[in-house]
Structures are given as C-alpha cells and as structure tokens.
Design a protein around this ligand. Structure first.
Ligand SMILES: Nc1ncnc2c1ncn2[C@@H]1O[C@H](COP(=O)(O)OP(=O)(O)OP(=O)(O)O)[C@@H](O)[C@H]1O
Length: 602
C-alpha cells in the first residue's frame, strides 16, 4: 500500500521528466565537486607545506613549479570548487523545488476538479474542515515525496557510495573505522526520530484544536456575548493553548535530544579517526593531507547517513498524506452521464454535438414515477412519490419540517438519483439526459441563499455569463433587489462575500431570486424563496415569481401560504409520502394538513 501510493504519487511528476534529467546531471556534478573540495588543502599540506611529491595525475611538469605558484594554483582550485559546488547545488535545489511545486499544482487542480463533481451526498458525510485540509495540506505530501523522498534518497545514496569509494582508495581500515559509528547513528535516528514524529503529531493535533476553537468562537460570538460567557470561553481557550504549548515543548525537547545523540556519534567517530589516523600518519601509512580529507569526509558522512535513516519515515508520512488525497480522487462520481445520454435542444452541448437529431425538444412537463429515495441504505426519506405536472404548471410542496421537501426538489436536477422509480422530463428519465443540459434548463433558488465572492452583477449573471447590465438590472428589479443595490456605494460592482459588503438574509435571498430570473430556464425550483423577506418585499417578489411561473414549470416549497395562492396544484408531504394532491380550492375543501394549516394561518 505504502509503496503503491508512493509510486502512484510520483506519476504526477512524469511530465517533468526532461527537467528531472537535467537535475540529475547537475546533481551528479554537484556531488563530485563536493567530494573534490577538501583535496586542494590536502595537497597544499602534503606537497606545498610538506615535502611529499604532487599526486601522479598532476603531471611531472608541475613538480618543477615554485611552491608559491603551486599555492596560488591550489587556492584558485579551492575557490573554483567551492563556488561551482555552491552554484550547482543551488541550481539542483531550484529545479527540485520547481518540479515539486509543479506536481503539487497538478494534484491540487485534480482534487478540486474531482471535488466539484462529487454529489451532495458525499459532502453530507464528510467534514468540510477535513476536506479542506486534504486539498490544501495533504497535497503537500506529493511534493515531500518527490523532494525529500526521491531526490534526497538518491543524493544521499550517491554521495555515500562515492565517498566510501574514495575513502577506501585512501585507506580501507580507516574507512571501516569511520563507518563503525554508523549503526549508533542509525539507531539514534530511528529511536529519536520516532519520538519526534509522535510528539510532532500530538502538537499538530493540539494546534489544530486551538484553530478550531477560534473558528467556532467567531461563529458563536453573538451567542457567547449575549450569554456573557466570554470569561468561560477564555478559560477553555487558555487551557487549550497551555496544552498546545506543552506538546510543542515536548516535541522540541526530543528534537534536541536527537541532535545531541547525533553529536555524540559524530564526536566518537571524529575522535576515533583523529587517533587512528594520526597513528597511521606516524607509521607512514597515511599522509597528513589524506587525514585531513578523511576528517572532512567524516563531517559530511553523517549527513547522507542521517538522511537515509530518515527517508523511510518521511516516505511513510508522506504516503499517508497521499493516501488521504487519493481517497478523494478515488471516490466514484455517482451522478454521471449514461453512455447514450440524450442532449436537450438549445443547450450548450447540442450546439457542440455532431448528431443533434436525437436531442429532446423540451417542453417542461415533469413526472415523478413511483419515486423512492433515502440518503442512507436503510433510511427512506421519500417513499413512492407519484405526480405529474404539465409544461408550464406550478406545484407547491408543503409539509412538516424535515419531511423531505428539499430532497424532492433536489431529485430533479439530479443532485441525487432515486433509489426506486424515475424522475422524468417530457417522459424521458432524467438519467437518460445529458447532465449539463438537464441542469442548464433548471433554475434553482436554494433555501440558504448562496453568493460567491464576486460583484453583485456577476453573482446575478452567474447562470448567464455575458448578460448585459440592463438584463441584470431587469432581473434585480423583478426580485425587488434593484433599490437596495443602488443604495450601495459601488452599486452593482459591490463585491459580496466574506470581508466585503454585509448583506441581510433577505437581500441575499433577493439576489438569488434575481439570478434565477435571469437564467430564464424552463423549469424553476424555488425552496422557500421568500422566507426571510418582510411582508411588503414578499408581496412584490411573489408578484414577480408569479409572473415568471406563468411561462415555466415551477416547483415551489413554501411554509407561508401567502406564497402559494396562485399555484395550479398543491402537494402535501407527510412521513415521506404524498398524503394530498390537488388544486388549492380542492384541498381547502378536504380535511387534512392543508386545510388545517390554512386555518392556523388565518
Ligand atoms: N445530504 C443529506 N444527507 C443525509 N441526510 C439528509 C441530507 N439532506 C437532508 N437529509 C435528511 O433528510 C430529511 C429530509 O430533509 P429535507 O431537507 O429534504 O426536509 P425539508 O422538508 O426540506 O425540511 P425543512 O422544511 O426543515 O427545510 C431530513 O431528515 C434531513 O436530515
């Protein structure tokens, strides 16, 4: 599983293969220059300051050079090696970060695209905070896997191998002595690394609780202030920050112990090499310059060893993150086009379609044919719903709170599909129509008004991009919104949303209505569209709604009977079933929910 996830995650970097190849070349060059770095000093010590001949590969001619000239040459070599290693390492890091970020961008885009397509059912079962975390933070594991997993692993491995090869060339026994402390290092990295990770996870959890607490408090501030419970909340918050502090401190303490353990292993190693190496120098088995190279390598040997011991844990952690992202990417889209889905004439897809002959000329009649539905397997919300509406007719759905009125509306644009039965448009099962076409012929005014962080004009024109300002204003006038929009300093250019223009629920509701008016779809779904409006605004909006309803098939959920005086039919939903259906006049004459609630409202 771990490896599968890792390999699958690395596929997001395949498109950068040419850049990765360049990076590999630069990386190789960087490692080699790094290995060469201590050599000029070693030669200076042995052949310039000391009396040893220059190494054979220098050529006989250079042995005749005055020492001062050799010193300049070797100093320049030191400069070039240090500079080129610095530049090569910077270039490699830049490329590695760039490719890492490209992968991160790709996976984030894919996650967003998938999240947009998943059904409302999925979101009901998932916590929004968790999904946001997965889309923004867990996606970083892809970058981690590439940079700290793949690249670090190969860099460390290659550095280690080359270093050991060069060290063996100089002195095998001293090389073995240098590596003797490696197990100590690996054990301490494993032990302390585990502790660090555990404490790190606890600290992260505590921090995320602090964040949630702040978020919840801001949300519940009106409640907290009205009950004057600020002190209580502050006390709870202080205990949470204290816990977060304690957890972070514990993580840092383990981190310090970890570095201490590495320092101990390094000190033992260095002391052993200084002693053993010096003995070898005294016995003429090693030159002073070579001993210097050894100690320089030893200081660097721990870095790749350290990285290699970490790589497993890094990959495991990142792989857990990618797993959480793949869970979103692998969630099956429940609502999709059937293979032979029919287009609807006049939709965007039909204009693009090559064979529009099969397309449906929608008039707008709606049939619910023995429809049953539940969000969970063993729970039925709607049971055997049966009714038909002719094109242009209007239907009001009434019933107690939580009975399933919104659910019934949501079946038409296929936010969900029925478990049994079928929802039909002009006699065609909605599952056999192209989803985009179906939705483009339906305008929805949801119960909770939804506005995006765009201007008011853009919000109204969301269903009809490119609409003229005059069209937008007409729609706003019909929704009784024009007058309040005009009063805003920026008018139709006012940006709404968090931190922007504060709008009342009633004003938001009117903007949602204006959006539906402008979309001018054949089927109109209104879910308590005027619940937050005062009597005067409601009367004027209802007049517009009624005008709009005249030409369109409309399903309207309403609590207030004033909203539904002029509908063609009323459907009463009780316990998930249709208990009454008929004209308002017929229902008022019958005993039942409608007559009872009409009396109660009078
Ligand atoms: N996405 C969902 N996932 C799971 N259950 C849901 C979902 N949406 C609604 N429900 C449940 O289905 C039932 C019907 O809800 P629905 O919103 O359709 O009722 P309603 O009649 O419109 O209520 P109200 O009049 O209060 O708006 C309720 O018990 C609700 O908790």
């Amino acid at each position: 599983m771990l490896m599968n996830n890792s390999f699958r995650a690395l596929r997001y970097f395949r498109r950068d293969a040419p850049r990765i190849a360049v990076m590999a070349l630069l990386l190789g060059a960087s490692i080699i220059t790094n290995l060469l770095k201590p050599w000029p000093l070693a030669i200076i010590v042995d052949a310039v300051l000391g009396t040893k001949p220059l190494p054979g590969w220098f050529g006989a001619g250079l042995n005749a050079w005055p020492k001062s000239r050799l010193l300049i040459l070797l100093s320049v070599a030191t400069l070039i090696l240090h500079l080129s290693q610095g530049f090569l390492s910077a270039a490699t890091n830049y490329l590695s970060i760039k490719v890492g970020l490209q992968g991160l961008r790709r996976v984030r885009n894919e996650v967003f695209g998938r999240m947009e397509k998943l059904s409302m059912k999925f979101y009901h079962g998932s916590k929004t905070g968790d999904l946001i975390y997965r889309a923004t933070w867990d996606t970083y594991s892809f970058q981690t896997l590439f940079q700290q997993g793949l690249i670090t692993f190969f860099t460390a491995l290659l550095t280690l191998i080359l270093m050991v090869v060069v060290m063996c060339q100089i002195n095998v026994s001293l090389t073995l002595a240098s590596l003797a402390t490696a197990p100590l290092l690996v054990i301490s990295v494993k032990y302390f690394g585990k502790k660090m990770r555990e404490r790190g996870a606890e600290a992260q959890q505590a921090d995320s609780q602090v964040t949630s607490f702040i978020q919840q408090t801001i949300h519940a501030l009106p409640l907290i202030q009205s009950y004057t419970s600020e002190q209580d909340e502050e006390r709870k918050f202080k205990s949470q920050t204290a816990e977060a502090q304690q957890k972070r401190l514990s993580q840092h303490a383990w981190e310090l112990l970890y570095w201490l353990a590495i320092a101990v292993a390094f000190s033992i190693g260095t002391a052993a090499i200084v002693w053993l190496g010096s003995v070898q120098v005294i016995n003429h088995k090693l030159t002073v310059g070579e001993l210097l190279v050894f100690t320089a390598y030893l200081a660097q040997l721990y870095e790749p060893l350290n990285q290699l011991s970490h790589v497993g844990a890094t990959v495991a952690n990142a792989s857990a993150g990618t797993q959480r992202v793949f869970e979103i990417l692998d969630t099956k889209e429940e609502i999709i086009d059937s293979p032979n889905a029919r287009a609807i004439a006049g939709s965007n897809s039909t204009t693009r379609s090559t064979s529009p002959d099969n397309s449906l000329q929608l008039t707008g009649s709606v049939q619910f044919d023995h429809v049953s539905f539940g969000y969970e397997k063993d729970q039925t919300v709607l049971s055997d719903i049966n009714f038909a509406l002719e094109a242009g007719q209007s239907l009001a759905i009434i019933g107690p709170s939580g009975v399933g009125k919104t659910t019934l509306l949501n079946l038409l644009p296929r936010f969900f599909d029925p478990i049994q039965g079928a929802v039909r448009l002009d006699g065609v099962d909605t599952r056999d129509l192209k989803l985009a076409d179906l939705r483009s012929h339906i305008a929805v005014v949801p119960q909770e008004p939804i506005l995006l962080p765009l201007t008011i004009a853009e919000n109204i024109a969301y269903g009809k991009p490119g609409a003229s300002l005059e069209e937008i204003r007409d729609a706003a006038r019909a929704a009784n919104a024009d007058s309040f929009i005009q009063k805003l300093a920026q008018g139709y250019n006012t940006v709404v949303g968090e931190g922007a223009a504060p709008l009342s629920v009633g004003e938001r509701q009117r903007l949602n209505l204006a959006r539906a008016f402008l979309k001018d779809a054949q089927i109109l779904l209104l879910d308590e569209p005027t619940s937050a409006l005062d009597a005067e605004s409601e009367a004027s909006v209802i007049a517009s709604v009624e005008q709009l309803m005249r030409k369109r098939t409309t399903l309207i959920v309403a609590h207030r009977l004033s909203t539904i005086q002029r509908v063609d039919k009323i459907l009463v939903l009780q316990d998930g079933k249709v208990t009454q259906i008929g004209t308002p006049e017929a229902l008022i004459a019958q005993q039942g929910y409608f007559a009872d609630s009409s009396r109660a409202h009078r």
